[in-house]
Each structure stands twice: as structure tokens, then as C-alpha cells.
Design a protein around this ligand. Structure first.
Ligand code: HEC
Length: 145
């Protein structure tokens, strides 16, 4: 019996990480997805990462070491002043809820994504922890350009 259970468990496919639910209040998600706030230094690394966040494909910001920055979206300088933490969280989680035609990818959603590579299907682009790290970093960007 016991050995059967173990064998069954080993044969089971690795389950995709469960998506956490969140509560929208107006145009914001006031509470951290994970229940705790993230780490701004890790968030900065995700934002400037060319594979993970890809934010600088579209955005520019206070990243003097980054040679190529995007000009398809507002500069990230000052976003921590323009938006509350909860407003920033919704913009990262799923900007489509504010602007259905946005070109900004939903970073924490698996719904209705088109043109998603097989490896990414059913998975959010960022984990809930990574979303919180990015939000924590964005709240530090209080200096306007
Ligand atoms: C493909 C382009 C694209 C990518 C990639 C992208 N964004 Fe955006 N983002 C936009 C656009 C365009 C807007 C303007 C609002 C809109 O059209 O939805 C925006 C708006 C924002 C805003 C609100 C800015 C303001 O001042 O109003 C924040 C904050 C933001 N993005 C952060 C990020 C972060 C952080 C990442 C990476 C994790 C990212 N974006 C990736 C295109 C992008």
C-alpha cells in the first residue's frame, strides 16, 4: 500500500504553481499577493533583466548602467509618487484591467493570453513573490524626471 502511494506521487506531473487570488479595490490591489511586501533590490534586478521583466523594452527609468531603454511607455521615474502601492500592484499584475488595449503584458495572469509559448502556458510571467519585489522597487521611485 505505502509503496503504491509513493509510486503514484512520483509519477504525478509537477503541478504548476497555484495562482493566488487577490481583491481589487477601485484601480488598485491594496494587499500584497503573498501577504508580505517584497524586496526592492530584487525588484530592481527583475525590472532591468532583459529576459525576466523586459520592462526596459518599453520603459526607461533611473538605470544609468542600462544603455538601451524603451520609449513606448512612460518613464518609470516618479511612478512611486504618481501611484499608490496598490495601484502599482494592479498595473504589474494585469494592466488590461485598466486598459484592455494596452501593450503592457499582464505579469500575473494566465487568462486569455495570446501568442504565449508552450513553456509559458498556464504560468504567470512573474511569480507572486517577484511581483511583490517589483512593486516594492517601484514605490521607491519617487523622484520625477
Ligand atoms: C510591451 C511594452 C511594455 C512592457 C514590456 C512593460 N510595460 Fe509598463 N507600460 C506600458 C505602457 C504602454 C504603459 C502606459 C499605460 C498603458 O498603455 O497601459 C505602461 C504603464 C506602466 C506603469 C504606469 C506608468 C505611469 O506613469 O502611468 C508602470 C508602473 C509600469 N508600466 C511598469 C512596468 C514594469 C515594472 C514592467 C516590467 C515588469 C513593465 N511596465 C513592462 C508598456 C509596457
Amino acid at each position: 500500500m505505502a509503496s503504491l502511494v509513493v509510486a503514484g506521487a512520483m509519477a504525478a506531473p509537477v503541478r504548476a504553481q497555484e495562482m493566488l487570488s487577490y481583491t481589487l479595490v477601485g484601480d488598485a490591489i491594496p494587499e500584497p499577493l503573498t501577504g508580505v511586501r517584497g524586496d526592492p533590490a530584487r525588484g530592481r534586478a527583475i525590472v532591468t533583466d532583459r529576459q525576466k521583466g523586459l520592462c526596459l523594452l518599453c520603459h526607461s527609468g533611473p538605470f544609468p548602467e542600462q544603455r538601451f531603454q524603451g520609449d513606448l511607455a512612460p518613464d518609470l521615474r516618479g511612478v512611486g509618487q504618481r501611484w499608490s502601492e496598490g495601484q502599482l500592484r494592479l498595473r504589474i499584475v494585469d494592466s488590461r484591467r485598466l486598459n484592455p488595449d494596452t501593450i503592457m503584458p499582464p505579469y500575473y495572469s494566465t487568462e486569455a493570453l495570446t501568442r504565449v509559448g508552450r513553456a509559458w502556458q498556464g504560468k504567470p510571467v512573474l511569480s507572486a513573490e517577484q511581483v511583490e519585489d517589483v512593486v516594492a522597487f517601484l514605490t521607491t521611485l519617487t523622484e520625477a524626471p
